[in-house]
Ligand binder design. Structure first.
Ligand code: FAD
Length: 407
């Protein structure tokens, strides 16, 4: 009886295990995760979990009893220390060895903690990646009297966390090093929109703020920037990006390049080892380049591809990236990759806070950010996939009904 071992039981690993069973794998499936919590959805960590005490239990990836039903062995609180490729075994940190016929690496990523003076010893400072992080933040928040929260980093996680904690009555400041928030992922129009949205909701978003030191005095933290400004904080949250958990793959000699390099079947440079999710660097046929994505879509879709490939089906990973973010009453949906655009067009609808930003490279539609506008997201997906040329004049005319036939 063959054994498939999976390292990491989150969006990628868990979806893979169930997909593998569904694809017809008759052998053992052994999932390992260092996190002791039953696998849960991560996106709500910065959204619903922060504001509701019992949300983790309601947001499990799979119900507790389904693992056993599908004969998937789930080992929680168990870290895999290394991979020995020649013997086809993984070494657990508790000293045990587990043999594999196929191995799947779904180790994801961890928060990057920037080298800021005083950050290691700072109290009440938290990253946000796990259920435990959220629990720690919630506890610190409840115990804090003034509830002054400073968030380092104005990316999606930082901004969602700002919105969630504001709802709970915090006094929130977001410090962003770049001249605008979300600079890495969206157009200036979107950055301005979110900056204003936060201002309207009473969150101070400050740009060009390079945090250089965290100091503790009079039982308080002070977050200091290189322009001399200083922010007192009861709680500090760090959201400045991630580092891929690729060390065990690297030590095993697998090819690494901005993540674990895989082919269209999610296979690494070792034919018995696959990698899926946030930890992979993979080729995207639509955009004709290698990319690394941090999204549920990628984790789930790549998991399905790996499962099918292991079961001998002919597959090639070829999906369009999509992502979402919720802040206050705004639902942002993004499809495609905007890098390399040379024109943006904005289509505004009659309702407030409802619009879409269309990223073009000449006539080619690369990506769309749709704000409170599911229709724009659907129409955009269709056009990006098909490569059909859009009539730009009609696109921006909100008097023309929004449907593909009209564009
Ligand atoms: P991960 O979720 O990182 O899981 C990797 C797992 O591997 C972890 O559980 C870890 O404990 C385990 N592991 C690592 N090394 C070992 C080892 N050696 N031994 C055993 N176990 C190990 N995406 C969206 O698409 N939309 C969103 O709105 C969104 N919001 C987010 C909000 C927050 C706060 C966060 C943190 C992420 C958000 N994401 C969102 C990103 C999304 O959660 C990730 O893309 C997704 O979790 C990736 O899944 P993964 O399984 O590849 O990796």
């Amino acid at each position: 009886n063959q054994t498939c071992v999976v390292i990491g039981a989150s969006h990628a690993g868990v979806n893979f295990a169930f997909a593998l069973r569904k694809a017809g794998w008759q052998g053992n499936i052994k999932l390992f995760d260092a996190d002791p919590t039953l696998p849960y959805h991560r996106p709500p960590l910065s959204k619903a979990y922060l504001t509701s005490a019992d949300a983790i239990d309601k947001n499990l990836l799979k119900a507790a009893d389904t693992y056993q039903k599908e004969q998937i062995e789930l080992n929680l609180g168990v870290k895999v220390g290394s991979i020995e490729r020649s013997a086809q075994v993984v070494q657990l940190q508790n000293g045990e060895q587990v043999a594999y016929d196929k191995l799947v690496i779904a180790t994801g990523a961890r928060p990057f903690i920037p080298p800021i003076e005083g950050i290691e010893s700072a109290e009440q400072l938290f990253p946000l990646r796990t259920a435990e992080d959220v629990e720690n933040i919630r506890q610190a928040f409840e115990q804090s009297e003034q509830k002054r929260v400073v968030i380092i980093g104005g990316g999606y996680i930082g901004l969602e966390t700002a919105a969630s904690l504001k709802k709970l009555g915090a006094q929130v400041t977001v410090l962003e090093r770049e001249p605008r928030i979300l600079a890495r992922v969206t157009a200036p129009y979107m950055s301005d929109f979110f900056q204003e949205l936060h201002a309207k909701n009473g969150v101070a978003v400050e740009t060009n703020k390079n945090v250089v030191r965290i100091e503790r005095a009079n039982q308080q933290n002070f977050v200091q920037c290189d322009d001399g400004t200083d922010y007192p904080a009861d709680i500090i949250i760090v959201g400045v990006g991630i580092r891929v958990n690729s060390e065990i793959a690297m030590e095993a000699g697998l090819e690494i390049d901005n993540g674990i390099k895989v082919n269209g079947q999610a296979q690494t440079s070792d034919e018995h080892i696959y990698a899926i999710g946030d930890c992979t660097y993979h080729f995207n046929p639509h955009y004709q380049r290698f990319i690394r994505l941090e999204s549920v879509q990628n984790a789930v879709d790549q998991a399905k591809v790996a499962a099918a490939a292991i079961c001998g089906k002919e597959v090639n990973y070829d999906t369009l990236p999509w992502f979402w973010s919720d802040q206050y009453d705004v639902k942002l949906q993004m499809v495609g990759l905007s890098q390399g655009y040379n024109e943006i067009l904005i289509r505004k609808e009659a309702e407030e806070h409802k619009f879409s930003v269309w990223y073009f490279k000449d006539d080619e539609l690369l990506a769309v950010d749709a704000v409170n506008n599911a229709k724009a997201y659907v129409v955009a997906t269709k056009f990006i996939k098909s490569g059909e040329i859009i009539n730009k004049t009609k696109l921006v005319d909100s008097n023309i009904e929004f449907k593909p036939a009209n564009l």
